[in-house]
Write a protein that binds this ligand. Structure first.
Ligand code: FAD
Length: 394
């Protein structure tokens, strides 16, 4: 009987297993995970776990019914496709078909990992360690005003920490959005009692302090570095699999890698999108939920292509940001609002087509706008810009 080996016991790994069983696959499945924990959900780490609302975000799964050999606390260290074997730190594992779902790892500042009091946030253990450091009155310096930095600052400020965010660029989330969007996030920090230092570069870290390039010394009982992630694919070096320059596994529209019988899914892949005419890396939860369905269908003999409309959300300073679609630098930005309640949305247009939408605490805009993005229907931009007109009527 066939043996499917899934490497990476996160969201995408677990969903691959669930999808295979839903497809009626009755063969062996082995799920290998480097962390000692059963698969758990990461979005709650920066929200509920740091906020002290829960200490555990383990996914509910009926492991007996799934019938999986779960190998935890064991990392893949290499892949030999010609032998159909994955090397691990506890010996090799054979497979008939392999799914790579090793996700992302955090990028840290050079040397930061060796400095006492410096944290990153990717794992449950990271979150528990950081949570213990977020005591009322503690000086917390967050490096990076991206998705993780903003959420950590939200939680730290709510816990009574004296929180400073240091951002090298001129606006929060400047890598993801143009200035007209990024600058709208700036006041949120002060409203939450968080100091935001823009155009500020970290020169060096020492225990108890962050030194900026302009000579400023920030006291820091805890430092959280949130400057991005990269694909966790170092273990594939020398395997012969196609990786992009950033290390993401290159897959086709069926999420197949360059080697037969090896699929890859979730944060760690770059996939071609016919919808957007681009290769996409989507390091968000929704992609790790839906991609595995395509992999499972194809492993079960199907012919399923993966071409999603990307979606993600973030909870920042009491507001839920949601984004759907994919925009490029040439798309036209049209802002909708803010309304009297200060809430707003914005869309990116290619001609008359809405290709992406961001909403701030406007879930109805998201639900109605998502349909416009998905169908590609022509949209009247003047009506779109009028926050009093429902997006179902534009
Ligand atoms: P991962 O979740 O990274 O799982 C990969 C697993 O593989 C890990 O458990 C890892 O230990 C394991 N692994 C790695 N290398 C090896 C190896 N060599 N051998 C064996 N196992 C290995 N997305 C949103 O859309 N909205 C949010 O609000 C949001 N909030 C987030 C908050 C935090 C704090 C974090 C960290 C992420 C957040 N995300 C959010 C992103 C989302 O969680 C990820 O996109 C999702 O977890 C990706 O799932 P994955 O299974 O592809 O990878």
């Amino acid at each position: 009987m066939e043996n499917v080996l899934v490497v990476g016991a996160g969201m995408a790994g677990l969903q691959t297993v669930v999808g295979l069983r839903e497809q009626g696959y009755t063969g062996r499945i082995t799920l290998l995970g480097a962390e000692p924990h059963k698969p758990y959900d990461r979005p709650p780490l920066s929200k509920e776990v740091l906020g002290g609302k829960t200490d555990d975000s383990t996914f509910e799964a009926d492991w007996d019914a799934l019938g999986v050999e779960l190998l935890l606390g064991r990392a893949a260290t290499g892949l030999r496709p010609a032998d159909r074997e994955v090397d691990t730190d506890a010996g090799p594992l054979a497979y008939d078909r392999l799914v790579i779902a090793t996700g992302s790892q955090v990028v840290n500042l050079p040397g930061a990992a060796d400095v006492d009091g410096v944290h990153t946030l990717r794992t449950l253990d990271d979150a528990r360690r950081l949570r213990a450091a977020l005591t009322p009155g503690a000086h917390v310096v967050v490096v990076g005003a991206g998705w993780i930095g903003a959420e950590v600052a939200t939680s730290a400020a709510a816990l009574g920490c004296r929180t400073t965010v240091v951002e090298a660029l001129h606006a929060p989330l400047a890598g993801a959005f143009p200035d007209d969007i990024g600058t709208r996030f700036v006041p949120w920090y002060a409203e939450a009692g968080v100091e935001l230092l823009l155009n500020a570069r970290v020169d060096r870290l020492e225990p108890g302090a962050v030194h900026l390039a302009d000579g400023t010394r920030l006291p820091a009982d805890a430092v959280v570095v949130g400057i991005g992630v990269r694909p966790d694919t170092g273990w594939l070096a020398g395997s012969g699999l196609d990786l992009d320059p950033r290390g993401a596994v290159v897959v086709d529209d069926h999420l197949r890698t360059s080697h037969p019988d090896v699929y890859a899914v979730g944060d760690c892949v770059v996939f071609p999108s016919a919808r957007y005419g681009a290769r996409l890396r989507v390091e968000h939860w929704d992609n790790a939920l839906h991609g595995p369905r395509t992999v499972a269908a194809n492993l079960a003999g199907g012919d399923a292509a993966y071409d999603p409309v990307p979606y993600f959300w973030s909870d920042q300073f009491g507001r839920m940001i949601q984004y759907v679609g994919h925009h490029g630098p040439d798309d036209e930005l049209v802002v909708r609002g803010p309304g009297e309640d200060g809430k707003w949305s914005a869309g990116w247009f290619a001609g008359d087509t809405l290709v992406a939408l961001i909403t701030v605490a406007r879930p109805r805009d998201l639900a109605q706008g998502r349909k416009l993005v998905q169908t590609g229907a022509a949209v009247d931009k003047a009506k779109f810009a009028d926050i009093g007109t429902a997006l179902k009527d534009v």
